[in-house]
Design a protein around this ligand. Structure first.
Ligand code: SAH
Ligand code: SF4
Length: 370
């Protein structure tokens, strides 16, 4: 029997597992703290854990990290790790240090099935969902690796954004226990406001997340009209804008923040005209409490798209701001190491297209801060 990876459990899951082993539930809390707060991976280290439990765990379970294929450190301090998830697939996580916080951008899938036109992950196709253990392992590794290199016992990562490879709400069942671990005071203790799920708009799953684990929500909008959004985000054909906005409003009833962040990737002469900015105002104003985050497009050749000029981005932002909508333009980070959330190009064996496709987009990428 394969060893169980304990990174795959939230506290409730670990308690159930301990019970299965004939152990008291509170042992799970001790074990959980050793794993996530101390970064332990060896049961022998867990000195206050009953010896009998340690013995039981040894044969049956392990704390298995992902193996790191590469690490790149940008001159601005951004760090990008490429992790091996087996069978030729790799996913990326990016750490973005700022004065007042440390943000980790995490992947939820190897590839992505949504296939947005401007996204290099989307162009690679879909390989598979990551498991809870693989999602949590990105945070576990990054947090404890950073503590070691900074020589500190203090928490380094204060924010997590699900903006790496993949559509998190198309991997819902594996995502939720990982989110719960991020929030758990016995693990990373992150505030709900500081954990963000970014989605291209999987409406039924937005509703489920509201009930199961409401965290901050970012919605990748990219267009104010259905015909245009249909072209950019194919999922729009299934869940058009009006339904998506209704789901956003339902989400706000339980959300930890009183606004939804709408992401809007700025594509030259595609979705960046002043008329479309007006249409966006008309769509959103008085309808959903929101902020808009304009993301300069990170080009890659296969997209056939170009980044809006700064002047066009500014003009677009101006229309929104004049209308009273809080708008930010994402600044770029990690330029020199090709580290952009949502634009990460790990290696994916694309099974949706039944042949092995490309892999590392030769992109000039900028990493952005959510
Ligand atoms: N699948 C989720 C989360 C991952 S993508 C989603 O789509 O929201 C994270 C963000 O990066 C999204 O807003 C996405 O639209 C954006 N993004 C994807 N490709 C990009 C590119 N080439 N340039 C800039 N932003 C991009
Ligand atoms: Fe998938 Fe998000 Fe990329 Fe769209 S933007 S293809 S949903 S990862």
């Amino acid at each position: 029997m394969d060893a169980v990876n304990l990174l795959g459990f939230d506290l409730q899951g670990l308690a159930a597992y301990c019970e299965q082993l004939g152990e008291k539930k509170f042992r799970a809390t001790q074990l959980f703290r050793w794993i996530h707060q101390k970064g332990a991976s060896d049961f022998e280290q867990m000195s206050d854990l009953a010896k009998s439990l340690r013995e039981k765990l040894k044969g049956r379970a392990h704390i298995a990290a992902l193996s790191v294929i590469s690490e790149h450190v940008s001159t601005d301090g951004t760090i990008k790790w490429l992790f091996d998830v087996g069978a030729g697939n790799a996913v990326e996580a990016v750490f973005i240090p700022e004065d007042d916080r440390g943000t980790l951008c995490i992947s939820s899938q190897a590839g992505c099935a949504v296939g947005c036109r401007f996204c290099s992950t989307g162009h690679q196709g879909f390989s598979r969902n990551l498991t809870t253990a693989e999602i949590t392992a990105q945070l576990w590794f990054a947090e404890h690796n950073l503590r070691k290199r900074l020589n500190t016992d203090e928490r380094v990562i204060s924010n997590v954004v699900m903006m790496g490879m993949g559509e998190p709400l198309q991997n819902y069942d594996q995502l939720v226990p990982s989110l719960k671990t991020m929030l758990d005071d016995h693990a990373y203790g992150l505030s709900r406001r500081r954990v963000t799920v970014s989605t291209s708009g999987v409406v039924p799953m937005i509703d489920r997340l509201r009930e199961d684990c409401p965290v901050a929500l970012a919605v990748s909008l990219h267009a104010p009209t259905d015909p245009l959004r249909d072209q950019l985000v194919p999922l729009n054909k299934k869940y058009p804008i009006a339904e998506l906005l209704d789901a956003c409003n339902r989400y706000l009833e339980k959300a930890p923040r009183d606004f939804i962040t709408f992401e809007y990737c700025m594509l030259q002469e595609v979705n960046d005209t002043p008329e479309l900015a007006q249409a966006l105002v008309k769509l959103l104003k008085g309808r959903v409490s929101c902020k808009i985050n304009l993301i300069p497009f990170n080009p890659f050749p296969a997209s056939g798209l170009t980044r809006s000029t700064n002047a066009r981005v500014q003009a677009f932002a101006e229309v929104l701001i004049q209308a009273g909508i809080v708008t930010t333009v994402r600044k770029t980070r990690g330029d020199d190491i090709d580290a952009a959330c949502g634009q990460l190009a790990g290696e994916v064996q694309d099974r949706t297209r039944a042949h092995i496709r490309m892999v590392r987009a030769p992109v000039t990428v900028a990493k952005s801060t959510p």
